[in-house]
Write a protein that binds this ligand. Structure first.
Ligand code: BGC
Length: 730
């Protein structure tokens, strides 16, 4: 509709007596020329008007000039249902159901740039079809603690992996004339106290761990917008943080897009004006008795800004920089008349959601090859657990969706198994009864009158003669689990899950535990079960994808994008008591030693290491060889599929620096390749090692330095399964 109006406006302008189309409307003109032209035509009031929200999810355009409003949407796993103009409540539309794509942890676990591109293309098309200009995602905050409620929306603990995996998503979304809004920039690594905690982080840690994925999003992905985070750094909120937004993002990285505040993340008018914010969204005002009458006018970047501009307290130069950025964003999206039309819930999107889901599922343990299920010799499959029947696309905060369709694990299994075996279901435990979230009704009544003891004994009774028991547990989207706004209380599985698994293991030896989560969980029963699978939150195609892997239609190929520690204390932030729910200051004392970097420094054996993931086939790695190539090196090796099935392997390159003036991690991920191999097939894998990849950030020099010395390239199937090494000198 808006595109049509714009086209009519353009036509009217071009058919009027005016000699030619105004420069800013002429898409054949260079972007910057159009921006300057539009800027020169705008009044002070019009300039200020486009810098803040006009509704929950939109900001105003310039109607007089035919510049349309900008519409944003969550993000990042599907297109959020429409909400009311002024409220979070759903608007009740009937044409806003979407495809729910797998959570970003799953995408990261695929380690596949191809899947990232597929994801971006599909979700970008859905955003476009729904006439959105800005998609609020992807999220690339680093997984610092397993307690963070929003880890499921992010891409794991490694800056290199998160950086590589977000780029194709961004590029493909933006091909639809829809901007991404990369979030939450930066240092937003917990939900507890998310509006008030000040992250105290040294510069080296900032540059080496917490910024690289955002930098890749901006410089390699070409992100058109970025979202400020809620919390503080150097005592300033990150939505108006001079160092992070002005000095680093805009000056150092040359970002030319717009900084959009997180919703309600702006707290100070002067800072909002001077510290790099361009669009203010979601600031709560009572709207009734404010001095400005209408609530949106009371935003920091609304009338309070206009007043300061009029009486000279604020400079027009700073204003114009913001306006240019918003115009650029608008020209790239809402005013892009050649963008494609998009599509919603198409067969291609369902197919993409399923492909991404199966590529991200991680087979963590597979004793005696219990998986894939040999359906010919299986008569009875017992499925236990709430997560087998629960829809997970609802709940969890702003990423909650109204999926047109969601296949639960049990439904997917039933469909795939058909009448080849009997499938019996037992609840096992009662967890979260959520049925409706933000007016989206899953239609599933989860109430169960049985006591904990009854639920366990019913499950145990059904398990004794089952050929295999599939326990579906993990977390869910309830508050205090994988959910926005608060963190988990512990790393333990909630409810009676551990008890149920232990009880099942007493009567059946063939137990496979499927963890539905976006976070690591403790597994005290690990030695009593044969199989463990991390399935993540998989969206629309959850059940189909899980069945594909369990029944061997697809060979699993995901690998963990973060460490599963045995205990919470095995994580650096917790070992150092440097995670706080109740303090306004959170000192990132573990520094650069996040995730596997911490475990390796302290020789802590994780439950499952970063990069770990099994396959139904086996891969043999040949000896890595290193040769000079330009300024850098090339490391190559052969990888062979030595099993009987086709499969994909993620070959990982880690580098250690042996002579450094500053302590470095034991090794760091610097490359990965996902390769598909037929049985018996060998492929050569080559990694380029550029000199930049050997650098570390030296705070004394305020920059990246390359020190000469000896290095080792480790190539393996995970961070704790290195198969071949080669040394080189720089
Ligand atoms: C979240 C953002 C989200 C925004 C709009 C905020 O509470 O932190 O990630 O995009 O709301 O829903």
């Amino acid at each position: 509709m808006r595109s049509t109006l714009l086209a009519i406006f353009l036509l009217a302008v071009s058919c009027s007596t005016a000699p030619k189309v105004a420069t800013y409307l002429d898409e054949s003109q260079p972007l910057e020329k159009r921006v300057e032209d539009a800027l020169s035509r705008m009044t002070l009031e019009e300039k200020v008007k486009i810098l803040h929200a006009q509704s929950k999810f939109s900001s105003a355009g310039v109607p007089r000039l035919g510049i349309p409003e900008l519409w944003t949407t969550d993000g990042p796993h599907g297109i959020r249902p429409e909400v009311l103009w002024d409220q979070w409540n759903q608007a009740g539309w009937t044409n806003d159901s979407c495809t729910a794509f797998p959570a970003l942890t799953c995408l990261a676990a695929s380690w596949s740039e191809e899947m990232s591109a597929l994801y971006g293309k599909a979700i970008g098309e859905e955003a476009r079809y729904r006439e959105k200009d800005v998609l609020l995602g992807p999220g690339v905050n680093i997984y610092r603690t397993p307690l963070c409620g929003r880890n499921f929306e992010y891409m794991g603990e490694d800056p290199y992996l998160a950086g590589k995996m977000c780029v194709p998503y961004i590029q493909e979304v933006q091909k639809n004339g829809v901007a991404v809004c990369v979030k939450h920039f930066a240092l937003n690594n917990q939900e507890a106290n998310r509006h008030t905690y000040n992250a105290v982080v040294d510069d080296r840690t900032l540059y080496e761990i917490y910024l690289p994925a955002f930098k890749a999003a901006v410089q390699e992905g070409g992100a058109w917008s970025i979202m400020g985070a809620y919390n503080l750094y150097e005592g300033q909120h990150l939505c108006h943080n001079d160092r992070i937004l002005n000095r680093i993002l805009k000056e150092e990285w040359g970002f030319d897009g717009a900084v959009i505040s997180d919703w309600g993340g702006v707290h100070n008018t002067e800072e909002a004006i001077t510290n790099g914010l361009d669009i203010e969204m979601g600031t709560g005002t009572n709207g009734l008795d404010s001095k400005y009458g209408k609530s949106y006018d009371a935003y920091n970047l609304a009338l309070p800004y206009l007043e300061r501009l009029k009486d000279g307290r604020a400079s027009v130069e700073v204003l114009d920089d913001k306006v240019r950025r918003v115009l650029r964003l608008n020209f790239r999206t809402a005013m892009n008349n050649s963008k494609p039309t998009g599509s919603l819930c198409s067969p291609e999107h369902y197919d993409a959601a399923r492909r991404i889901a199966v590529e991200g599922i991680v087979l963590l343990k597979n004793e005696d090859d219990i998986l894939p299920i040999d359906i010919e010799s299986t008569k009875k499959i017992l499925v236990v657990g709430e997560n087998a029947i629960k829809k997970m696309t609802v709940g969890g905060g702003s990423s909650s969706l109204k999926a047109q369709y969601e296949c639960t694990p049990i439904a997917g299994l039933r469909e795939a198994v058909g009448d080849k075996a009997e499938i019996v279901y037992q609840r096992g435990y009662v967890g979260d009864l959520l049925r409706t979230y933000n007016n989206v009704d899953t239609g599933i009544d989860l109430t169960d009158p049985r006591s904990e003891e009854e639920l366990i004994s019913d499950a145990v009774a059904a398990a004794s003669d089952a050929d295999i028991v599939l326990f579906f547990g993990g977390l869910n989207k309830a508050k205090g689990q994988d959910s926005e706004g608060c963190d988990r209380d512990s790393m333990a599985l909630p409810y009676a899950q551990n008890k149920v698994i232990e009880a099942l293991a007493e009567v059946n030896d063939n137990i496979v535990v499927l963890i539905v989560s976006g976070n690591a969980v403790e597994m005290p029963w690990i030695d009593k079960v044969e199989g463990v699978v991390e399935t993540w939150f998989l969206g629309t195609q959850a059940g189909h994808a899980i069945a594909d892997v369990l029944l061997g239609k697809v060979n699993p190929s995901g690998k963990l994008p973060f460490t599963f520690p045995v205990r919470l204390e095995d994580n650096g932030a917790h070992a150092l008591n440097a995670y706080h729910k109740d303090s306004l200051t959170v000192e990132y004392k573990e520094g650069i030693f996040v995730g596997y970097r911490w475990a390796e420094k302290h020789n802590i054996k994780p439950l499952f290491a970063f990069g770990h993931g099994l396959s139904y086939t086996t891969f043999e790695y040949g000896q890595a060889k290193c040769r000079k190539s330009g300024d850098g090196f090339k490391v190559s090796l052969d990888v062979t599929n030595t099993g009987a099935r086709e499969g994909q392997e993620i070959v990982q390159l880690y580098i250690s620096d042996h002579e450094s003036s500053l302590e470095r991690p034991v090794k760091e991920l610097k490359g990965f390749r996902k390769i598909r191999l037929a049985p018996g097939e060998t492929k050569e894998v080559t990694f380029e090692i550029e000199p930049d990849m050997l650098k570390f950030y030296d705070p004394a020099q305020s920059g990246w330095v390359l020190e000469k010395g000896s290095f080792t390239a480790h190539v393996g199937a995970s961070s704790d399964d290195i198969r071949t090494r080669v040394d080189f000198q720089k």
